[in-house]
Design a protein around this ligand. Structure first.
Ligand code: AMP
Length: 249
């Protein structure tokens, strides 16, 4: 069973994001980039399925600028077998990424595609669902447990107030939630080995899909800054403030 794992290059989650002065987006110049954390979880899960003898090959794919190669090398260091970089000269929005991934799926014929539930840069939470719809494959989003066996996969999903377990025939699409696993750190020998693993580059424009952006960003603004808290002397003062200032009692 082959598993395809799409991985996105995003601003590292430790970076304090700054909005550009013209409000057209966030500052990306000289900012540390990394693999989207949910995609690290997806790679880890795919590699665990391979280690358990369920999967035979794990292929990582990233769509975007040539620097996405670094993200793919990180996926290879965690344990993916090979990587595909799909480059594009236009900005790739979720629908375009889903269409590219559909074309890659048609070429690679994986039994399972494991994506992150969302990319932490634009928080779209769309690509997995769009890909499943375009392929007309079953999907299970927000997975917290994945058990794959011959021709079938059981996925436990985090839903409001509990867990839901679905059984799907393969091929299928899964998106990962935070509690699915804890990704391993890539060891130095594995980082070195990753440099020698195959990485194929494909021009997005050669895939015959419409990559044109459909959405226009009107403006990006900082969230309003929170007011500092105050210390109250006693419970009576707290109740008084809640009643008369905050007016929540
Ligand atoms: P989104 O719908 O944009 O929040 O992204 C959901 C998931 O789709 C991510 O966690 C990735 O697995 C995948 N994805 C999104 N954009 C890309 C991209 N440019 N390249 C590869 N995978 C992507």
């Amino acid at each position: 069973m082959k598993i395809l794992v799409p991985v996105k290059r995003v601003v590292d989650y430790n970076v304090k994001v700054r909005v550009k002065a013209d409000q057209s987006g966030v500052e990306l110049a000289n900012v540390k980039m990394a693999m989207n954390p949910f995609d690290e979880i997806a790679i880890e899960e795919a590699v665990r399925l391979k280690e358990a003898g369920v999967a035979s090959e794990v292929v990582a794919v990233s769509c975007g600028v040539p620097a996405c190669q670094e993200t793919l090398r990180a996926a290879l260091a965690i344990g993916a077998d090979r990587a595909v970089l799909v480059t594009s000269v236009v900005e790739l929005q979720p629908l375009a990424v889903a269409k590219i991934l559909k074309a890659i799926v048609e070429k690679e014929a994986p039994s399972l595609v494991i994506l992150g539930k969302q990319a932490i840069d634009d928080d779209a939470n769309q690509v997995g669902q769009m890909l499943a719809a375009l392929l007309d494959w079953p999907q299970a989003t927000f997975a917290s447990k994945v058990e794959a066996s011959d021709g079938q996969v059981r996925v436990t999903r985090e839903i409001d107030g509990g867990l839901e377990t679905l059984a799907m025939p393969l091929p299928a699409v899964i998106t990962t939630d935070l509690r699915l696993n804890e990704p391993r750190y890539a060891t130095l020998p594995n980082i070195m080995k990753a440099k020698k693993k195959p990485l194929e580059t494909v021009a997005g424009e050669s895939l015959g899909v419409d990559l044109a952006p459909r959405l226009t960003t009107l403006k990006v603004v900082e969230p309003p800054s929170r007011k500092a808290g105050i210390l109250v002397a006693d419970v009576a003062q707290l109740v008084d403030k809640l009643k008369n200032e905050a007016q929540v009692l």
